[in-house]
Structures are given as C-alpha cells and as structure tokens.
Ligand binder design. Structure first.
Ligand SMILES: Nc1ncnc2c1ncn2[C@@H]1O[C@H](COP(=O)(O)OP(=O)(O)OP(=O)(O)O)[C@@H](O)[C@H]1O
Ligand SMILES: [Mg+2]
Length: 188
C-alpha cells in the first residue's frame, strides 16, 4: 500500500530566508506523526506544503500515492486539514459552515446531512450548532475547524496545533473520539 504521506526534499524559501531546508518523511497508514520545534522552526510551513496550500520551492509530496503538484484536487480528497488558528467564515453559524464545507466536498441531500451530523457528534458541537462562529470561544472554534477537517472521512488528517485537551468531560470526549482516527478511518 502507498504511504499515507511521502515528502521528499521539501524546501521553502521566502525571499532570502530559508524557512524549511529539506524535509524527507514517510508516514504509513495508522501512524501518528507530530512535529515538535521552537516557534518559527517551520512546522506550519511544512504542513502548508504537505497540504498543498503553499507551493514548495523544491521537493515533492505524495498523499496516498497522488502527487500534490500534479493532481492537487485528488490529493486533497484523501486529506483533512485543520490549519493554524480557526479560519472559518465568522458570520456563518456552525450549521451553515459545515453544510457549506459538505457541499464543497461534493456531498448533497441526505448524505451531506448525515456527514454533518456525524462530524458534529464526534466533535461535540451540538450545543452551539446554530450559533455564529464569531461568537464562539477559541476552543469551540477549533472544534469547528476539526469538524470540517473530518467531514469527508479522510484517510489522512493533518492538524496544526490540534484542539487543546482539557480534563472537562466535553473536551475529553472530543479528543477521545478523534484519538483512534488512524485505525478506524477508511484507507486510500
Ligand atoms: N508567508 C511568509 N513570508 C515570509 N516569511 C514567512 C512566511 N510564512 C512563514 N514565514 C517565516 O517562516 C518561518 C517559519 O514559520 P512557521 O509558521 O512555519 O513556524 P512554526 O514552526 O509553525 O512556528 P510556531 O511554533 O510559532 O507556530 C518563520 O520565520 C516565519 O516568519
Ligand atoms: Mg505554526
């Protein structure tokens, strides 16, 4: 089986500054890989290149065997991405935003409703479902970001600073429900 993520020689140069100086990595299905490093080390930049949101200066990325540069739409079908921050449309409610993401991912009708319900359930967003995103706390905004990332049930999930774990029941449930991700998700 193809690796979930295969990156070779990834580099990113901003002007005269080398933000990422050559990353090689292979992530197999079922593996969980974390980036640790000081602020400014290049973690987010590397994730943006792996997810196809930033073109690398050099190097290649394959997601489930699909080359990100050659076929970005197909590569992104295999992947959910929770970016740094919470870049949701702030004036939409959670329901509107997740419905919109479902449509962008190509779902409609009962299938879209089922997927939105499942993502809301997994991230415990029922209590804020009809609330505008701009009125949510930071933690809930992150959960909305996670819900959009898992909505299409991707085999590869990339999270830049995953939602914070707390000992409160609701948060713990959220984290627990996403913990077995690599073992339960569909493969490529
Ligand atoms: N669009 C950009 N233009 C210029 N420099 C950039 C750009 N994006 C990132 N950088 C620089 O690249 C370096 C790596 O940034 P990056 O955001 O990848 O770090 P990070 O490891 O994710 O840091 P943090 O732990 O703070 O999230 C930093 O010096 C940053 O200022
Ligand atoms: Mg970062």
């Amino acid at each position: 089986m193809e690796a979930a993520i295969a990156a070779h020689g990834l580099r990113k140069r901003f002007g005269s500054f080398d933000a990422v100086q050559g990353i090689d990595l292979i992530v197999k299905h079922g593996e969980v890989l974390g980036f640790l490093g000081p602020n400014g080390a290049g973690k987010s930049t590397t994730m943006r290149m792996i997810t196809g949101f930033l073109a690398p200066t050099a190097g290649s990325v394959r997601i489930c065997g699909t080359d990100m540069l050659a076929d970005p739409l197909k590569a992104k079908e295999h992947m959910g991405y929770l970016p740094e921050g919470a870049p949701c449309y702030p004036d939409m409610t959670v329901a509107e935003f997740l419905g919109f993401i479902g449509a962008v991912r190509g779902f409609s009708g009962a299938e879209r409703a089922r997927r939105v319900d499942a993502a809301v359930e997994r991230t415990n967003l029922q209590g804020v479902y009809h609330q505008p995103i701009e009125t949510l706390s930071k933690g809930f905004k992150r959960r909305v970001g996670l819900a959009q990332a898992i909505l299409h049930d991707p085999p590869v999930l990339i999270m830049d600073e995953p939602p914070t774990v707390s000992t409160r029941t609701r948060s713990t449930k959220c984290v627990n429900s996403s913990a077995p991700w690599p073992r339960t998700r569909r493969s490529c």
